[in-house]
Design a protein around this ligand. Structure first.
Ligand code: C2E
Ligand code: CA
Ligand code: CA
Length: 406
């Protein structure tokens, strides 16, 4: 098909306007079948047999959807992905391929990572009913609310907040799916400003880290949390408490002794306290981190890998450290039911942890089907809004008293 390339300004289709589809496939018959199906589904359809033809058409028209064959004669369909977003329009993608499911899903993930929307993937031979379903439910780009402006979160204000007691802790329960009981809590910092606004940690932790204030903040949090855990042990002495540590704490060889000192002052059994660190924090200075984590473990304190799966660390190096727990990141948990790879990865992680004697916590459980899937995979302990949001000291105390002793 000869395409006459013209330089035109492509504008996104107006709401309610006719919808336009681009079919990219080097096999003529497939192209005709898909184009015919899209046309019946109410689209104006253009077809391209190669990446070049597709690029030319994308420069001329605004498309709502691009149905893309992953294996084209001269190059692969993936090549087109980068051109898609830069063209000024923002079509939804449907992938087709004779490759196995893993290749199709990896392509969908790649597209999502590039910021593109993906309606779904189709195996060949094509299931035309599924194509019609996908074309009929193209995902909208979610309306992202403008993030609140925390430009006034300055190191000076954080330093003052630390001095004035404006930093406080919330506690999110960790739940055993098998027993339904709260088995521990994670401490999450918040900042209540003098005007009453609550500022989330994402807005002030990075500033505190960059300004060298994070060690002070960690200890303000630990003192409050230590006192709280001492109170809660009167109700349930087995309750554990996890505290988030920043990368700089893994650089401070005095840290384990300070933690032990705090445990002594609040009469806390070391095995009820969990130090949470991220993969990347460990990798920043591996040898020092290894020393600190080992010292904590020797004293009985537990250590946990937070946000597992988001870093790019060597799995083998990571697994040689004396971790007692691994937290599966929310991104895997959230995709459990719609990304066929996710349950396999979660299962592999569970098996590895079982072999190494690590306990596992799944984070970000928001729905019952996800909790059911995790339990079926053999994951017991979870955290998430389905069960509890982070709670105040008072609410957590009430929650703990209500569940009684085990
Ligand atoms: P994190 O350690 O991964 O903590 C889990 C975050 O996920 C918390 O956000 C929690 O409120 C949120 N979360 C829990 N369940 C769900 C759920 O079902 N759905 C969703 N969408 N989110 C859920 P939060 O409290 O805003 O904390 C964000 C991050 O800030 C933490 O991520 C941690 O990295 C950091 N942070 C919080 N407190 C501290 C602290 O005292 N020290 C340090 N260094 N970092 C902290
Ligand atoms: Ca954490
Ligand atoms: Ca986490």
């Amino acid at each position: 098909m000869a395409v006459d390339v013209q330089t035109t300004t492509v504008t996104a289709p107006a709401a309610g306007a006719v919808r336009r589809a681009l079919v990219v496939d080097d096999e003529r018959v497939q192209r005709l079948i898909v184009a015919g199906t899209a046309s019946k589904a109410g689209f104006i359809v253009d077809s391209a047999a190669s990446v070049e033809e597709a690029r030319a058409l994308l420069a001329q028209h605004a498309f709502n959807v691009v149905v893309l064959d992953l294996s084209l004669r001269d190059n692969d369909g993936i090549e087109l992905l980068r051109s898609l977003y830069t063209g000024g329009t923002d079509p939804v993608l449907v992938f087709m391929s004779g490759f196995d499911e893993r290749v199709r899903e990896a392509s969908a993930r790649l597209a999502s990572a590039l910021g593109l929307r993906v309606a779904g993937t189709l195996a060949k031979p094509l299931d035309l009913d599924r194509l019609v379903t996908l074309l009929g439910s193209l995902p909208e780009r979610p309306h992202i609310a403008a993030p609140p402006n925390y430009a006034d979160v300055t190191p000076d204000r954080i330093a003052a907040a630390l001095t004035n007691g404006e930093i406080f802790c919330l506690y999110q329960p960790k739940i055993s799916l098998r027993t339904g009981r709260m088995v521990g809590v994670e401490v999450l910092a918040r900042w209540r400003t003098t005007s009453g606004d609550i500022i989330p940690p994402i807005a002030f932790i990075p500033v505190a880290e960059a300004a060298g204030l994070i060690e002070r903040l960690t200890w303000v949090v630990l003192e409050q949390a230590g006192a709280a855990l001492r109170d809660w042990h009167a109700i349930d002495p087995t309750l554990t408490m996890a505290v988030n540590f920043s990368p700089s704490s893994l650089n401070n060889l005095g840290m384990p002794a300070s933690v032990i000192d705090l445990l002594d002052r609040y009469h806390l059994a070391p095995e009820t306290v969990v130090v949470e660190v991220t993969e990347s924090a460990v990798m920043a200075d591996f040898v020092t981190a290894a020393e600190i984590l080992t010292r904590l473990r020797i004293r009985g304190v537990k250590v946990s890998i937070d946000d597992f799966g988001t870093g790019h660390s060597s799995l083998l190096s990571l697994m040689r450290l004396p971790f007692s727990e691994l937290k599966i990141d929310q991104s895997f948990v959230r995709s459990l039911l719609h990304d066929p790879e996710s349950p396999k990865l979660v299962q592999a992680v569970l098996r590895m942890c079982e072999a190494l004697g690590l306990s596992v916590v799944a984070e970000g459980v928001e729905t019952q089907p996800v909790a059911d899937a995790l339990l079926a995979l053999g994951c017991d302990v979870v955290q998430g809004y389905l069960f509890d949001r982070p709670l105040s000291y008072t609410d957590l105390t009430r929650r703990l008293a209500a569940q009684g002793t085990a």
